[in-house]
Ligand binder design. Sequence first.
Ligand SMILES: Cc1cc2nc3c(=O)[nH]c(=O)nc-3n(C[C@H](O)[C@H](O)[C@H](O)COP(=O)(O)OP(=O)(O)OC[C@H]3O[C@@H](n4cnc5c(N)ncnc54)[C@H](O)[C@@H]3O)c2cc1C
Length: 259
Amino acid sequence: MKPAPFDLARPATLADVVATLAEGGPEVRVLAGGQSLGPMLNLRVAQPRLLVQVNHLSELAGAAADKDGLTLGACVTHAAIAAGRTPDLMGGVLARVAVGIAYHAVRTRGTIGGSLCHADPAADWVCTLSALDAEVELQSAAGVRRMTVAAFITGAFATALMPGEILTALRIRHPLPNAVFGYAKACRKPGDFAHAMAAALIAGSTRRLVVGALGGRPLVLSGAEASIDGAVAALADLDAVERQMQRAVVRRALAQAGA
Ligand SMILES: Cc1cc2nc3c(=O)[nH]c(=O)nc-3n(C[C@H](O)[C@H](O)[C@H](O)COP(=O)(O)OP(=O)(O)OC[C@H]3O[C@@H](n4cnc5c(N)ncnc54)[C@H](O)[C@@H]3O)c2cc1C
């Protein structure tokens, strides 16, 4: 199939993007790398009247570190993170996650912001950034809102993004100095979306465990519940095969994180 007809805008600045989105109404969609939206258009799952392209804007492609953490523009690509062209955390955990996303061609165009806004339950950034307790920055004509990634993702392919809003950046605070990160996923073959995934961040008694690829929002466990027993109890409703796969990746993520 081919997309239904649509118009394409390519504003020159973020301010112009925000103004275009404000005028457009619900039939307007942001176009970043097009790696998820492209297939949705071709299958006519999405039939927007207007696409607003944003991945050419330098305002959305910056990446910087300061003493408190990292800021990544929404249009930073998976490839830029995988190649270490952006600041990273804890010796390169973001690069390690990015290099496992899809294939090189997808990583070259796909963006971290697009991945979060698409909110596929099996997306690597949804799980990873929830574990790192990252924040999103959302901008519209009404101003700027910030919230945690865990609050931003409201369900499968559902977010807290309002009509007229664009995700502009992500903010990740430096974890505690003794923090260790673990990440594991189970895919049928390399480059496929995962059937089970888990990310763990452990700093002494401060523990956070996120289980993804559950078909909805990720499961976020903290404190004593961020353990294999806590995950097994929380995943009791899964069928036996899914539960076994999730248990395996949780065990690996926790082991990597030193738990
Ligand atoms: C073959 C294949 C394999 C893949 N495998 C994986 C995988 O293993 N793991 C994984 O995590 N992902 C995978 N993906 C998805 C990939 O990571 C995409 O890059 C990502 O989901 C979407 O990013 P994008 O920049 O292409 O967004 P787009 O496709 O341009 O947009 C996706 C959605 O987000 C909205 N959007 C985009 N940017 C913004 C913004 N800044 N503000 C507001 N709304 C926005 C769009 O309107 C659209 O609804 C795969 C994709 C393909 C095609």
